[in-house]
Design a protein around this ligand. Structure first.
Ligand SMILES: NC(=O)c1ccc[n+]([C@@H]2O[C@H](COP(=O)([O-])OP(=O)(O)OC[C@H]3O[C@@H](n4cnc5c(N)ncnc54)[C@H](OP(=O)(O)O)[C@@H]3O)[C@@H](O)[C@H]2O)c1
Length: 400
């Protein structure tokens, strides 16, 4: 695309949108301009516009899509709306940036509610894959770029992991990825019909995405051919609605975990088998106190590489009083600033948010694929929904 300033239209106006907006501001002046924001309610769009200085706000997506000065639609809404907004954006000829996950299953006419308790996962899997493939088809047929905001693959520890794997002659036999915290920010996260799943889809997209990405990349590096996932085995649970949780509530020792799902899981363990015989194990939960924890370890034939995208000892603090450093941001979802802590020096950069936005803007301008694109997004949905089916049916699910 031969254009100096890319016009961006934001869809969604809360946490994800504000995070993207902050990272657009890191780009040199004139590279992009945020031309407008659309939200479900005009109140949210107005609040976003007021805080960011964006001067066009709407609750009507068509009025954003019809603007000729907007080249890119940045989708930061809950997953249930992702595929429809993406298809409409692609059909309007707009490039797309989309927050994870690409899509999922959100219910069909005739489903009993809550759908997470009633719809068989095999049917959900078919629906989720259909949605994912429909977005890929719309992107391809309209010849627009799709930029998948999977920040892990852009984070400096994982970028370094790739250099280290490239430097060795060994193979990655096992990847172990984990993400946990004490519950989502989003009010939509409790229900399958708006979120498309629980912790596994919401957070596991990162861990699954990074493992799929590393194995594909490793295969291309070594043999010119991606290493692909072939089967999945999984277990999922709602750990909040358990006897163990009830007992802690009675003892008044259960006040800090905000996760309180209606019909989604808040814990999942997934094993992915790849076509070279290696494995990835994924452990995600939103019943984990202590602030956000995101890690990926590569166990190789000739070494071990541990990537930690969150808390690390670049800087450490100690305070007796939790209000001592009250005004200063430490890291996402940290419950207290008392005691010893490890604030992130630059969380957006360290977690890859800054670099993903930069790559997306350059990919669109240079007419090339971003590091994280539509195929990774579609593959993540495929693996995660196979995991849901595996957890329900208690067996290994083969992907093809
Ligand atoms: N990469 C990461 O680490 C990370 C972190 C957080 C979130 N995310 C992702 O970012 C996305 C948004 O999450 P969030 O936490 O910002 O969610 P959120 O707090 O629930 O906010 C969602 C926003 O989308 C708007 N919205 C909902 N449905 C819409 C529709 N059909 N059309 C237009 N606007 C709509 C809402 O409008 P109203 O305000 O008007 O209701 C709200 O402004 C999700 O995909 C999430 O997975 C990623």
């Amino acid at each position: 695309m031969n254009k100096n300033t890319l016009g961006i239209g934001m869809v969604g106006a809360r946490y994800g949108a504000r995070m993207h907006h902050a990272n657009f501001q890191n780009l040199p002046k004139g590279v992009i301009e945020i031309k407008g924001v659309c939200s479900r309610t005009i109140e949210s769009a107005k609040a976003f516009a007021k805080d960011t200085g964006v001067d066009f706000m709407t609750d009507d997506l068509d009025s954003l899509l019809s603007r000729e000065d907007i080249d890119v639609i940045d989708i930061c809404t809950p997953p249930a709306s992702h595929h429809e907004i993406a298809i409409r954006a692609a059909n309007a000829g707009k490039h797309i940036i989309m927050e994870k996950p690409l899509t999922g299953y959100f219910g069909e006419p005739g489903d009993h509610e809550p759908i997470g308790h009633h719809v068989p996962r095999v049917r959900m899997r078919e629906g989720a894959n259909r949605n994912a493939n429909a977005v890929r088809e719309a992107v391809r047929s309209n010849n627009v770029k799709f930029c998948y905001a999977e920040n892990w693959v852009y984070s400096p520890p994982i970028v370094k992991m790739k250099s280290l794997i490239a430097a060795s002659n060994g193979s990655v036999l096992e990847l172990r990825a984990e993400e946990n915290h004490s519950g989502s920010n989003s009010v939509f996260s409790k229900e399958w019909k708006s979120m498309g799943g629980g912790a596994l889809l919401r957070m596991g997209s990162h861990a699954v995405g990074a493992c799929l990405y590393i194995k594909q990349w490793e295969g291309l590096q070594r043999n010119g051919k991606s290493i692909l996932p072939v089967s999945v085995l999984a277990d999922t649970a709602d750990l909040i609605h358990t006897k163990a949780s009830e007992q802690a509530k009675k003892a008044n020792a259960h006040q800090w975990i905000s996760s309180d799902p209606l019909d989604v899981e808040n814990w999942a363990n997934v094993i992915i088998r790849f076509d070279d015989g290696s494995r990835a194990s994924i452990l995600v939960s939103d019943v984990g106190l202590g602030g956000l924890n995101t890690r990926l370890t590569a166990y190789m034939t000739d070494g071990v590489i541990k990537a930690n995208m969150t808390s690390n000892d670049g800087i450490e603090t100690y305070a007796v009083d939790p209000s001592t450093f009250e005004q200063e941001y430490f890291t996402e979802k940290l419950e207290t600033k008392a005691g010893w802590n490890r604030p992130s020096c630059n969380e957006h950069w360290f977690r890859g948010f800054t670099q993903e936005i930069e790559d997306f803007v350059h990919a669109i301008k240079e007419d090339r694929e971003p590091l994280a694109g539509i195929d990774l997004a579609v593959d993540c949905v495929s693996v995660i929904y196979a995991a849901y089916q595996s957890a329900e049916e208690g067996r290994i699910i083969h992907l093809k």
